[in-house]
Design a protein around this ligand. Structure first.
Ligand code: NDP
Ligand code: MG
Length: 401
């Protein structure tokens, strides 16, 4: 491949965990990939370091104040162009020279740039699953309208896409996503009320950003992924399931109507699905080693125990309810996880906040994006109030904490 045919990549969320893995993939394939734009919320010094080492031309900082400071202090290299605010992220996502936009921004802040990238006909490599849970209908419509490709980065969904490839959709009975079970999969249930932020962030298999690590401990992550799978692969709720698989080596199982299953296996490293999304047209030498079958290992599977993971049960119900219910689930979960990470609420309060919000925000079938965004805002405000009450009752009931 000549340098002129390299795929030009824009990476939103470059300073995060997915961002790090994506940079490793890009650095390993200088003949195939070129990084032309990077963005984050506020980490200007890390963006500057990436811009220098990868010779990136465009840098965006979403936080206006941080962008202003970076411009005043000249913290990004002189030959880069600095873009500011959400507008700046959209400018990067629609750069005429970009071929693929990787959205790896935590939560739903990447929605507008993702929609803009699709409208501009760019391939969208999507890590931020929350975007599909919030607005799957409108994201999929945007992709259909422009003919742009939506390439899953989430390891399970990248695996499903591979297993489905070449099979008529009517042949597929079910898609089963695997879940590691997170930090507390073997933890005594009666002690879950005492777990700390540090406990929840100790994931057994994956090294990831804090929000998704907590979502893995509650299994909200797998719930979000079932909804993500529904949108990506056009599945009915009854066709999406999950199973606990503690080794995180099998990423999905696709069951066909004749009872045969296909599985996809790789070591637990995000470089595998990221590379598939950035270079979707052919398999290329991997960054990390393949599984070593000369070493003994086992694979086990067990059903999800919903009494351990109430948020998984809520997410499944949410998926069945449809309409804006998944958006309410996602918004309240984001607010509650942030409160837990800030030390304002206990671990078990996360599911209480989500349950309360689901019961207090009415659902409907959305016909436009603004109505979904309004529900998202309403759910966030109700969830935030519930967090305040939860924090207040914690202080009253245990003054020593
Ligand atoms: P991290 O917390 O490690 O990184 C988050 C990134 O998002 C940082 O670059 C951060 O910038 C940036 N960011 C946060 N808010 C904004 C904003 N408003 N505008 C622009 N950028 C912003 O998260 P992860 O990399 O773990 O996860 C990113 C996404 O990928 C999530 O949606 C997650 O669910 C998904 N995902 C992650 C996996 C993983 O292995 N980590 C696996 C599958 C999916 P800054 O550093 O400046 O704050
Ligand atoms: Mg995943």
């Amino acid at each position: 491949m000549s340098l002129r045919s390299r795929r030009r990549v824009v990476l939103l969320g470059a300073t995060g965990s997915i961002g790090e893995s994506a940079l490793r993939v890009i650095a390993a394939h200088p003949d195939k990939l070129e990084l032309i734009g990077i963005a984050s919320r506020s980490n200007a010094s890390r963006l500057a370091a990436i811009a220098s080492s990868h010779r990136v031309r465009h840098v965006a900082i979403a936080d206006e104040a941080a962008a202003k400071l970076a411009a005043e202090e000249g913290s990004v290299p002189r030959d880069t162009i600095l873009h500011a605010g959400e507008r700046g992220l959209i400018e990067l996502a629609t750069l005429p020279e970009a071929d693929v936009v990787l959205v790896a921004v935590v939560g739903t802040a990447g929605l507008a740039p993702a929609l803009a990238a699709l409208a501009a006909g760019k391939d969208l490599a999507l890590a931020s699953k929350e975007i599909l849970v919030l607005a799957g209908k409108f994201v999929m419509e945007a992709a259909r309208r422009s003919g742009a490709r939506l390439l899953p980065v989430d390891s399970e969904h990248a695996a499903v896409a591979q297993c489905l490839s070449g099979h008529p959709r009517n042949d597929v009975a079910r898609v089963i996503l695997t879940a590691s079970g997170g930090a507390f999969r073997d933890f005594p249930l009666e002690k879950l009320s005492q777990v700390t932020r540090a406990d929840a962030l100790r994931h057994p298999n994956w090294s990831m950003g804090p929000k998704i690590t907590v979502d893995s401990a509650t299994l909200a992550n797998k719930g979000l992924e079932l909804i993500e799978a529904q949108w990506l692969f056009g599945l009915k709720p009854g066709q999406c399931a999950a199973v606990i698989h503690s080794q995180s080596i099998v990423h999905c199982l696709v069951e066909f109507v004749d009872g045969v299953m296909l599985a996809q296996l790789s070591p637990p490293s995000m470089t595998f699905p990221i590379q598939r999304a950035l270079l979707p047209d052919s398999a290329t030498r991997g960054v990390d080693h393949a599984l070593d079958l000369m070493k003994q290992f086992s694979l086990d599977f067990k059903p999800v125990d919903e009494s351990r993971y109430p948020l998984y049960r809520l997410a499944r119900k949410t998926m069945e309810a449809g309409g804006v219910t998944p958006a309410i689930f996602n918004a309240s979960n984001e607010v509650a996880v942030e409160a837990f990470l800030d030390g304002r609420i206990d671990f078990l309060a996360i599911s209480d906040v989500v349950d309360h919000t689901l019961q207090n925000v009415p659902s409907f079938e959305p016909t436009d994006l603004p109505s979904v965004l309004a529900i998202d805002a309403e759910a966030r405000s109700i969830a935030a109030e519930r967090c305040r009450r939860s924090a207040g009752s914690r202080i009253t009931s245990s003054p020593s904490r």
